[in-house]
Design a protein around this ligand. Structure first.
Ligand SMILES: *Cc1c(COP(=O)(O)O)cnc(C)c1O
Length: 400
């Protein structure tokens, strides 16, 4: 008897053996890769398709690994339900598709992630949805911004890169009084340092490729909130299909396991760096929610239990000096991303905000001397030494 399998037998085994492998005793979360799911019988298929029976139907809207991620983060954000998507921006797309219609008005916080404003002004405007912008700290401005057609307030707090904070208790009371949905982007603080739902937000959003992944590998997004709202957004996901890859979900599931300890080190490193920067004569100003001189320090203490890893500062000398410092760095990377184990530096005026005019930038405070640092988890002594080395020639020139 030949001990080689026949080709056909090999083919069938390759497809069938282990198909019903029981993973219930698997200790680490499995990465489940399947685009479809079999049904027990015809009636089971009909019930699951109609949504009358729980169970998986199709990859565009069902995957156990994605579900594990949604459930874990929902529990961390104290949300009833969650939907994950393939990017942060696709969350904003689904949210608008699911909850807005022609004639509706949306108010956006000033300093939001630039692409969000671009989405409303260049795409949703075509469908009759209008958007206005309010400085997150301007309470009278928020009150004036609400019109009879306003359906939604969308804010990021703190803002990036200028670290201005929106008062969520104030905004949720305003939203409730006018029957408006409040959506809060919690990417920067993560559930470790801020819980928008406990402050009255209807929806919380995350770009998951930032701190949730935390190691700069994957992209994705999650929106969380009341089951009734999330159900509508899930329906939009099922229709439009910007689904999260199970692999990315698996990376995020494992990322969540270390989120709290990572956020605490991001925070202690950032605090130490802010203290050091504030002693450097070349540094004109620091933007950091943990700075005791932050104009909103009382609100921050009430709303955030920590400060995360983002900090911006203004160098005397403008663009030339800012670029020179960046170019002298030895290991801090020039990268526009945030929320990585690796420390990264960005010159917002010529990268993330380059599409705005100088006048617009000056108005919002994105000056030519502004640098933003996403502080990583390297030894803080090494991070400071790198910046110290990069600042030295400027300091020497300034003292001549
Ligand atoms: C990065 C980011 C986004 C966009 O998310 P993507 O995953 O890049 O699509 C939205 N909001 C905030 C606060 C972000 O930092």
């Amino acid at each position: 008897m030949d001990d080689h399998l026949r080709d056909a037998e090999m083919a069938t085994r390759a497809i069938r053996v282990g198909q019903r492998q029981d993973v219930s005793s698997q200790h680490s979360e499995p990465l489940v890769l399947t685009s479809s799911y079999f049904f027990d019988d015809a009636a089971d298929a009909a019930e699951k398709f109609a949504g009358r029976r729980a169970g998986n139907v199709y990859i565009r809207f069902d995957n156990p690994t994605v579900k594990a991620f949604e459930e874990r983060l929902a529990s961390m954000e104290q949300a009833e339900a969650a939907v994950a998507t393939g990017s942060g921006m696709s969350l904003y797309m689904l949210m608008a598709m699911a909850l807005l219609q022609a004639g509706d008005h949306v108010v956006l916080g000033k300093g939001m992630f630039g692409t969000t404003g671009y989405m409303f002004n260049n795409y949703y405007a075509k469908f009759g949805v209008t958007a206005s912008v309010v400085d997150v700290a301007d309470h009278a401005g928020w009150q004036r911004s609400i019109t009879p057609t306003t359906r939604m307030i969308i804010v990021e707090t703190p803002t990036n890169p200028l670290m201005s904070v929106a008062d969520l208790d104030f905004l949720s009371a305003l939203a409730q009084a006018h029957d408006v949905i409040l959506a809060v982007d919690n990417t920067l603080c993560t559930p470790v340092f801020q819980n928008p739902i406990r402050h009255g937000a209807d929806l919380t959003l995350h770009s998951a490729g930032k701190y949730i992944d935390g190691q700069g590998r994957c992209g994705g997004g999650v929106i969380l909130g009341r089951a009734s709202l999330i159900g509508k957004i899930r329906r939009a996901l099922r229709t439009f299909g910007p689904s999260l890859s199970p692999f990315n979900a698996w990376v995020f599931v494992k990322g969540l396991e270390t989120l709290a300890i990572r956020m605490r080190v991001h925070q202690s490193n950032t605090e130490a760096l802010a203290r050091w920067l504030s002693e450097q004569g070349l540094v004109e100003r620091i933007y950091y929610t943990g700075d005791p001189r932050h104009p909103q320090a009382a609100l921050i203490a009430r709303q955030q239990s920590g400060h995360g890893g983002l900090l911006s500062f203004v160098l005397r000398g403008g663009r030339e000096e800012a670029w020179a410092v960046m170019n002298r760095l030895r290991f801090i990377n020039l990268t526009t991303n945030i929320g990585d184990t690796k420390t990264m530096i960005t010159h917002p005026a010529t990268t993330t905000h380059a599409l705005t005019t100088q006048k617009e930038r000056d108005e919002v405070g994105i000056t030519d001397g502004l640098l933003r640092i996403s502080v990583g988890l390297e030894d803080i002594g090494d991070i400071i030494a790198d910046l110290d080395h990069a600042l030295q020639p400027c300091a020497a020139a300034a003292s001549v």
